[in-house]
Design a protein around this ligand. Structure first.
Ligand SMILES: O=C(O)CCC(=O)C(=O)O
Ligand SMILES: [Fe+2]
Length: 286
């Protein structure tokens, strides 16, 4: 398909004059090329004002409607989500454990008129993300609880320092807390072959020379490769909840979570999770 034109009127939500992602044009090519070079340079690109400023209130209202369905999950984890290593000194990154607390609103709560779902289902949107990431194997997640979710976080919470277990994350900032919540990251601090524990330890100790800070505002779209870049969301302050939408893509069509992960992150397991895992319902252990 060489013709990128899509006549559906998404201009209602997305700032398509600033980001004409659905048309073949020089402007679109420039946006894609510039986003690709940011991703290559430090694994991150932020498209400021991707959502029209006058539509943010509708997105906040959508989140306010469903936030009561958020499933809270509390863990204590090191940046690698691995077990403690008592053979190592307590300062070692593998021994640095932080409280992690977050709540995901499962994807099946948003309803047919959801703005977030319309964006996720729009072919021009996923095609644009795929091009920016230059991923050949790129498919929308097929998990009915997790394809497009909202993460909500309250005062004191945030995401402590970690490396992602997935290759990339696509997030849309919708509402910030009164303060805090900066996105901090240390680009490419490790690689496939080198863990660089010494450098990781300096980041965990707050070495500012190694840390970049971004303050995302409502309407900003972030595409981030977090497998090799240590990152966190700084603790939040104030009573207002932080809302971030997460759009999920995977490397194979039809993929869904494991039953264990669905239960942990979304609080429920659906028949599709069990079918894909080749398990029977009575084999599930809560
Ligand atoms: O909420 C965010 O901005 C990013 C969260 C994050 O790092 C993650 O989901 O792995
Ligand atoms: Fe992350």
């Amino acid at each position: 398909m060489n013709d990128l034109t899509d006549y559906t009127d998404y201009t209602e939500y997305l700032d398509t004059s600033r980001y004409p992602i659905a048309e073949s044009s020089q402007k679109r090519d420039e946006i894609v090329t510039s986003a690709q070079s940011s991703i290559m340079a430090d694994g991150c690109v932020v498209l400021k004002g991707f959502i029209r400023a006058d539509k943010i209130a509708d997105l906040v209202a959508e989140c306010d409607r469903v936030e009561k369905f958020g499933h809270r999950n509390f863990t204590r984890t090191n940046p690698y989500f691995t077990a403690d290593r008592e053979d190592l000194p307590t300062s070692h990154p593998l021994r640095r454990f932080f409280d992690r607390s977050n709540a995901f609103v499962p994807a099946d709560n948003f309803g047919a008129d959801s703005i977030l779902r319309k964006i996720f289902d729009w072919p021009a949107f996923s095609r644009f993300i795929k091009e920016v990431l230059q991923e050949d194997k790129f498919f929308p997640y097929a998990d009915p609880l997790a394809d497009v979710t909202v993460n909500l976080a309250e005062e004191g919470n945030g995401f402590p320092w970690h490396f992602d277990t997935n290759n990339f994350t696509v997030t849309l900032a919708i509402q910030n807390a009164e303060s805090g919540g900066e996105f901090e990251y240390s680009p490419m601090v490790r690689s496939l072959t080198e863990e660089n524990y010494e450098k990781v330890e300096r980041v965990l100790d707050g070495d500012k020379d190694l840390i970049k800070t971004l303050l995302l505002e409502p309407g900003d779209l972030q595409i981030f490769k977090g497998r090799y870049s240590l990152h966190r969301v700084a603790p939040l302050r104030g009573p207002r909840k932080r809302y971030v939408a997460i759009f999920s893509y995977v490397s194979e069509p039809g993929m869904v979570s494991s039953p264990q992960r669905a239960k942990e992150l979304y609080g429920r397991v659906l028949p599709i999770h069990i079918e894909h895992a080749g398990m029977r319902t009575d084999e599930l252990i809560d």
